[in-house]
Structure formats: C-alpha cells, structure tokens
Design a binder for this molecule. Structure first.
Ligand SMILES: [Zn+2]
Length: 297
C-alpha cells in the first residue's frame, strides 16, 4: 500500500514536471499571451488574508470583534463609521500600500515582457502595477484598494486614498479613527466606499472602460489568428464568469489557442471539449511554476 502511494506520488511529480516543460515550450513559441490573474497568484506571492502576519497586525480588531481574516472583515457590521474605516484603513495599508512588488509578480513580468501580452485581473491589491506591468496592457476588472468612490455612485470619480489611509492608520485609537477623518462624498454628502466591486454601485469610470476596450481588442486579435497562450494563474470559482469560463470557451473554440491553467486546487476544466493540444492543467501554484519556467541561479 505504502509502495503504491509512493509510486503514485512520484508518477504525479514527474507528470507535473513534464507538463511544466511542455507549457514553457508552448509559452516560448507563442506570438501572444493573455494572462488571467486571480486571488491565488497573490496568495502564492505571499500576500495573505489570514495567518500569523494578519493576526499580529490586527490583534486589537480580532480580540474586540472576533474577525478571523481580512476577507470577512470587509463585511463585518461595524456599528460606527469610525470603526468601519479604522478596520478598512488598516486592511488597505496591510495589503495595498505596505507590501513592495512581490518577487512572483516581477518574475511573471520577466516571463512575458518580450511578448505581445495583455492582462486581465480580478485582484485589487495593485501588485501588477507595482511590478511594472504596462497599464495600457492591464484590465483590473474589480477595482483597486487604493481608491475611494461614492458608495451610491452619484458620480464616477475615483479618489486616491493613500494619504487618507495613512492618516487613518496613524490616528486609530481603540479601533476608532477620529470622526473628522471619516470620508464623505464631495457631491452628495453621503458615504464613501472602497473602490472594489461588492455591489451594483461599483464605479466604472472612463479609464475602466478604456481598459475594457483594449482588452476586448486584444481578444479580437486572438480570434484573427497567431499562436496564443491563455495563461491563467490562481483563478478560482469566486467570479468564474470573468476569466475562467471565457478562457475555457476560447481554448475550446479557437484552434490557435492553448489554455495553460496554474491552479493547485482546481486545475480541471468544466468543459469536456478541451483536448490535450489546447489545454494544460497544472496542479501546482504559480510560485512553483515560475521556479520551473525561469532560469535561476
Ligand atoms: Zn455621492
């Protein structure tokens, strides 16, 4: 039994290694790469929404409100705006402003920078920009922690929050910010919100629409031909309609497209129409894949 398990383990390891090599070969031959980025890439890069660093940075909020992780803290029913913004400011500081460009994101850029590439991302942590990806080749569908908007979208302006967040964090006391730092909408006087899609009031401003148009143009060029790789990294089932399902659809439909999916937990496709020539599912995380793909020493 043990020997059988061991044999299976080594078989899986060697088939992963073989698939990683085949994927790298296809990437190197490609005329164009469309990269789909999800939460799993930032997790593999070392940005964690729970665990020891979170527990250390949020000890006061954890003991006072019982929050267990950053994701659910965003939905905690705080009784006052002073508490709500104290928690959100530290959240934004912790994930968006404090971390440098993580090495894994820089490695991803190194892998694709000589190609005609385009990126679609559901992440809101600003890592792609920090790593140096061309903003004109980037579509961040779900927003950016670094901006505020009117909570009821009375107008479509986004407001850089870096300085305000810094002030809020520095002046937080007993899990409250001072009342005068609570942001209000400059037009309607109502609440402000972090620019992240959580409801129907998400602001899609001019820049968002231009990014969407450029992405759709890139997909149009895929349809016109040329060896194309869809490189999907850490995209799960939170919002599969944005990247995961459309990528599968493209790879199943177009002969010039191969989908390379890097996902340690959910690498299998939904559709049965993807054959060996158009799909490689790599059951590993992006850090392992990048280690195999890039020269290191
Ligand atoms: Zn407003």
């Amino acid at each position: 039994m043990f020997l059988k398990m061991l044999t299976e383990k080594f078989t899986n390891v060697s088939s992963l290694k073989r698939d990683l090599q085949r994927a790298l070969h296809i990437i190197s031959e490609a005329d164009r790469i469309i990269i789909g980025v999800g939460a799993g890439l930032s997790a593999a890069a070392g940005l964690h929404y729970d665990g020891p660093e979170f527990e250390n940075a949020f000890a006061d909020f954890i003991s006072r409100y019982g929050i267990t992780d950053l994701y659910s803290s965003g939905f905690y029913p705080f009784e006052t705006p002073e508490e709500y913004w104290a928690c959100w400011a530290r959240h934004i500081q912790f994930i968006r402003f404090t971390p440098p460009a993580m090495p894994l994101y820089k490695q991803l850029l190194q892998l694709v920078q000589d190609k005609d590439y385009h990126v679609i991302s559901t992440n809101v942590d600003g890592q792609l920009l920090k790593a140096g990806f061309d903003p004109k080749r980037l579509f961040e569908v779900q927003g950016d922690y670094g901006y505020l908007q009117c909570a009821h979208r009375c107008h479509d302006t986004l407001y850089d929050n870096r300085l305000l967040v810094k002030q809020m964090v520095e002046q937080t006391s007993n899990c409250h910010i001072p009342s005068q730092l609570v942001p209000v909408c400059p037009r309607c006087g109502g609440n402000m919100a972090v620019h992240v899609r959580v409801d129907g009031y998400f602001v899609e401003d001019e820049a968002w629409h231009q990014a969407q148009e450029r992405y759709e143009q890139a997909l149009q060029e895929v349809c016109e031909g040329g060896k194309t790789v869809l490189l999907e990294l850490g995209v799960g089932y939170n919002t599969p309609g944005i990247i995961r399902f459309p990528f599968e659809q493209l790879a199943a439909t177009l002969r010039n497209v191969t989908l390379i999916r890097v996902n340690s937990l959910q690498s299998q496709p939904m559709t049965s129409r993807l054959d060996h020539n158009h799909f490689i599912g790599l059951s590993t995380d992006a850090a392992t894949a990048m280690h195999a793909w890039l020269p290191h020493g």
